[in-house]
Design a binder for this molecule. Structure first.
Ligand SMILES: [Fe+2]
Ligand SMILES: [Fe+2]
Length: 241
């Protein structure tokens, strides 16, 4: 497994990257640091735009087996995660009432997370499970503890990392449950969630870039290393993180 200290940003092909919807985006180098541009579906249907997306340390291929060992615990944990994601968006919105662009984006994001929460709870009911108590999230806790007091940009970066990791893990779960007799119906749902969480990561990075109090590239590199450390320190369990 790649260590935090050896992490390097992935460099795309010269001339640009193409997203799965066929749009091709060029690469740019803000302040000496390469980023891969990506996109998400609603932009491909109408107005096209470019968004940042971080390259995280890839999860081990056997992770999904551990996570699905107890689907009731996994879905319960994810319901609590969606609830906290909505609360995070509302908390950030409350902290920056003067920034209308940020407030509008976060209000939409909180609405989507609440919708996810409702639907995860429906899936729990569909499977005949109960919502288990919140077991806490040491991964998110480790990232949030790295936010400096009064620094909105840190909070936005931390949120972006959590959303990006959720996107990656939900994508793995989507493939893992596909065709499963009991859990197969969750595959399309997980796919919808992973696309949405990808959009949330991009939104948080966009907001972090506009709120950044120092070099965006340096701060992003720092947060990517913290994310690698945080995700590497968590024991495998039936949870998305
Ligand atoms: Fe969500
Ligand atoms: Fe999200």
């Amino acid at each position: 497994m790649k260590s935090a200290s050896s992490w390097q940003p992935r460099i795309g092909s010269p001339g640009g990257n193409s997203c799965r919807h066929g749009a091709v985006f060029p690469l740019v180098e803000p302040k000496g640091f390469w980023f891969r541009f990506s996109c998400f579906p609603r932009y491909c249907q109408g107005v096209q735009t470019r968004v940042f997306f971080p390259e995280l340390l890839p999860t081990s291929p056997d992770w999904a087996c551990h996570a699905l060992a107890n689907p009731e615990a996994l879905l319960s944990d994810h319901a609590h995660c969606e609830k906290k994601a909505a609360l995070t968006a509302l908390s950030l919105l409350t902290a920056c009432p003067h920034n209308l662009d940020l407030v509008q984006r976060l209000a939409r994001l909180a609405e989507q997370e609440t919708n996810h929460l409702r639907r995860v709870l429906e899936a729990i009911g569909e499977l005949g499970y109960e919502l288990q108590p919140d077991r806490g999230n040491p991964y998110a806790k480790a990232l949030i503890s790295g936010c400096r007091p009064g620094r909105i940009d840190d909070r936005l970066f931390a949120a972006a990392m959590i959303e990006a990791r959720s996107h990656e893990r939900l994508s793995l779960l989507c493939s893992a449950v596909h065709g499963d007799e009991r859990l197969g119906f969750l595959s399309a749902f997980f796919q919808e969630l992973e696309v949405c969480e990808r959009g949330h990561a991009a939104t948080y990075l966009h907001l972090a870039a506009s709120a950044c109090e120092e070099s965006f590239a340096d701060l992003l590199a720092c947060w990517l290393e913290r994310e690698t450390e945080a995700i590497s320190s968590v024991r495998p369990r039936s949870a998305v993180h």
